[in-house]
Design a protein around this ligand. Structure first.
Ligand code: SF4
Length: 127
């Protein structure tokens, strides 16, 4: 299944030593000359614009080059994707995810993806 990775913000706070964050920041700054240049966070409006144009068989991966919930609108983006009946995958350390976000994600997955599965791990208790 083809996938689109969503990077919800530029400049992940975690700064892992192996991550090419600097390349991304340089590249984004050098090639983004639209009016929204310099914006750090992907807006929900731009997210919707992309998703609405994306073929239905493409999975939306909340991963990309930042922790997805470093953007406070990530739960809203997930809600939109699920309500559009999209396939989604989430890769996160939970950085930036508030308790309210976590409750929202669990509620969305239970309501819209009751068949959702997850890797057995220390955060398996979420579901
Ligand atoms: S995007 Fe991932 S690998 Fe890169 S700094 Fe953030 S958490 Fe680390």
């Amino acid at each position: 299944m083809p996938r689109l990775q969503i990077t919800t913000m530029i400049g992940c706070h975690l700064m892992c030593t192996f991550c090419p964050q600097d390349n991304l920041k340089e590249s984004y700054g050098a090639h983004n000359d639209r009016k929204d240049r310099g914006k750090k966070y992907l807006s929900i409006e731009n997210f919707r614009r992309v998703i609405d144009k994306l073929p239905k068989h493409v999975r939306i991966d909340f991963s990309g080059m930042s922790e997805p919930w470093a953007n406070p609108d990530c739960t809203q983006m997930l809600r939109y994707a699920l309500e559009q009946n999209r396939h989604v995958a989430i890769y996160t350390t939970l950085y930036g995810m508030t308790e309210k976000d976590a409750d929202g994600v669990v509620t969305l997955l239970r309501r819209l993806r009751p068949q959702a599965h997850h890797r057995k791990s220390s955060h398996a208790r979420l579901l």
